[in-house]
Design a protein. Structure first.
Length: 511
């Protein structure tokens, strides 16, 4: 039995109403994505403030990521059960409430509980903001909606660590959560007033409890394995092995159940569309490359190049400037031509700039770091905007909410996997290059003798070791940029497997 709330789709919004609704939806998406990274640089402050070890503090990041990853693919079912507008507004208000409670927490247990609840509330915000943005814009401006959503999705994770660092340094760690509260409240109230006419039909469908349970098991096991792997020495740890086996078995069982269930909690059947699975795979490859380099750059600049968190953040944030400026042009081009060449050019541009960055030296200055990042931003809207349009135009209209949820889930997971791989490989490669360089530097011992006479044996040894350290980190960083660049190139080529789209995504009937 279903309870329809609307029978005919209302006309798209116009003028100031459209602008305000678009602002509310974009801001909702922005803070949900922002919170995936805002706590990254704040872990030492949080751990110190709550009197716990730093490795316990990292659970603040893990708990949010696991909870969010679970609810993102559920968005399709939740939207059909409760309605797209109700789901977005409720998620927005709950996100603000749990953000407030995170900031008020006085123990690590309280903080982790509210962080999980914040992640559960934040998960639907990304796909629902995408769906509703496309729904309220006129069809001829659908790609403007995609462009707006894409920019908030790409810029937010870049700004997260910068904002987190500034708030922790200038105020205190609870403010990384408090900052969400007024935005969530304003977006919730304003969004309901402007969007309630666009509520979708609701279906009183039962919950697929087995599918939901399996989803929770394998996603939680995989995310915890990725977060804990580096600290536990990966598969040398029994805990990591158990988590890996749990994730694999849980995933296999989840696939079998969801593909045979009549009304699955996650609609995996959208992958039958070639355009969709090719687009989503391209997004996963390219976003993983993008996110990996985004995580690596500030760590390298702050830990080994002497940058403050603010300076590193400014250099990284410059990548968003051309993205925002180019987005309207890309939105226009997508309506005029096949999106595949645009995706190919955009992702190849990102790959080319990343490969260029793989030739850095320890002498690079701020502008030598910042200028390539500035120009790299030009490729982001060419990659993201047409690719989302290509994916959504490949599925049936009644599948769009499910397709958006799955796409955001896989994008989120690709970022998590890339982060884990990059941070582990960065340390491993640095150790490898340190061993190689140790055998090459001053093999005759002449430099060591000269420096020992001038400074003493211990200071001389420390100076040489510091030199080897900085060079090994630089070589490790360059190699990872090289691998990331090649991954972009592979993603650019992969998009040609998608068929040429025959229509523009029409989301006016999404529910």
């Amino acid at each position: 039995m279903s309870h329809p709330t609307t029978h005919n789709a209302p006309p798209p919004l116009t003028g100031a109403t459209l602008a305000l609704a678009a602002l509310a939806l974009s801001a909702g998406n922005f803070i949900a994505v922002l919170d995936t990274t805002i706590a990254n640089v704040s872990v030492p402050n949080i751990a110190g403030g709550l009197g716990v070890a730093a490795n316990q503090g990292t659970w603040v990041i893990t708990s949010y990521a696991v909870a969010e990853a679970i609810t993102v693919p559920l968005t399709g079912w939740l939207a059909s059960r409760f309605g797209t507008v109700r789901l977005f507004i409720t998620s927005m208000l709950l996100f603000g409430l749990f953000s407030l409670l995170c900031g008020l927490s006085h123990s690590i247990g309280m903080l982790l509980l509210f962080r999980v609840l914040q992640g559960l509330a934040g998960g639907p915000l990304m796909p629902m903001s995408q769906t509703l943005l496309q729904q309220i814009f006129p069809k001829e401006k659908a790609n403007v909606a995609i462009g707006l959503w894409s920019m908030t999705t790409l810029v937010a994770p870049v700004l997260g660590p910068v904002l987190g660092g500034v708030l922790c340094d200038q105020v205190s760690w609870p403010w990384i959560f408090y900052i969400n509260v007024p935005i969530a409240a304003a977006c919730g109230v304003l969004g309901w007033q402007l969007l309630k006419r666009h509520e979708s039909e609701r279906q009183n469908s039962r919950i697929d409890a087995v599918g939901l349970g399996l989803l929770v098991v394998w996603v939680a096991a995989l995310q915890i394995m990725l977060d804990e792997g580096k600290d536990q020495d990966w598969f040398a740890s029994t805990e990591i092995v158990v988590l890996a086996i749990t994730a694999v078995i849980g995933f296999a069982a989840f696939l079998i159940w969801e593909l045979t269930e009549h009304k699955p909690v996650v609609n995996l059947r959208v992958f039958r569309h070639r355009g969709y699975w090719v687009s989503v795979t391209t997004i996963a490859l390219a976003f993983g490359s993008f996110f990996g380099s985004t995580v690596l750059t500030p760590q390298w600049l702050q830990s080994y190049m002497g940058y403050t968190a603010t300076d590193a953040g400014i250099a990284q944030a410059l990548s968003g400037v051309l993205s925002v400026l180019a987005a309207p042009l890309v939105a226009h081009l997508v309506t005029k031509m096949d999106p595949r060449p645009l995706v190919f050019m955009g992702v190849m541009w990102l790959g080319g700039v990343t490969l260029f960055r793989s030739f850095n030296t320890t002498d690079v200055g701020f502008w030598q770091v910042a200028v390539p990042l500035f120009f790299q931003g030009l490729g982001m809207p060419f990659f993201f905007v047409p690719l989302i349009g290509l994916a959504m135009s490949s599925v049936d209209e009644h599948e769009m909410a499910s397709a958006a949820g799955l796409m955001n889930f896989l994008r989120t997971m690709s970022g998590a996997i890339a982060t884990s791989l990059v941070t582990t490989a960065w340390d491993d490669k640095a150790k490898y290059y340190h061993d190689v360089l140790t055998g090459l530097v001053d093999s005759s011992g002449e430099a060591m003798r000269t420096m020992s006479h001038a400074f003493g044996a211990e200071p001389a040894r420390n100076m040489l070791n510091s030199l080897v350290d900085s060079q090994s980190i630089m070589l490790s960083t360059n190699e990872l940029f090289w691998i990331s660049g090649l991954s972009f190139v592979a993603a650019a080529c992969f998009v040609w497997l998608a068929p040429k789209p025959t229509r523009v995504a029409d989301t006016s009937n999404v529910h």
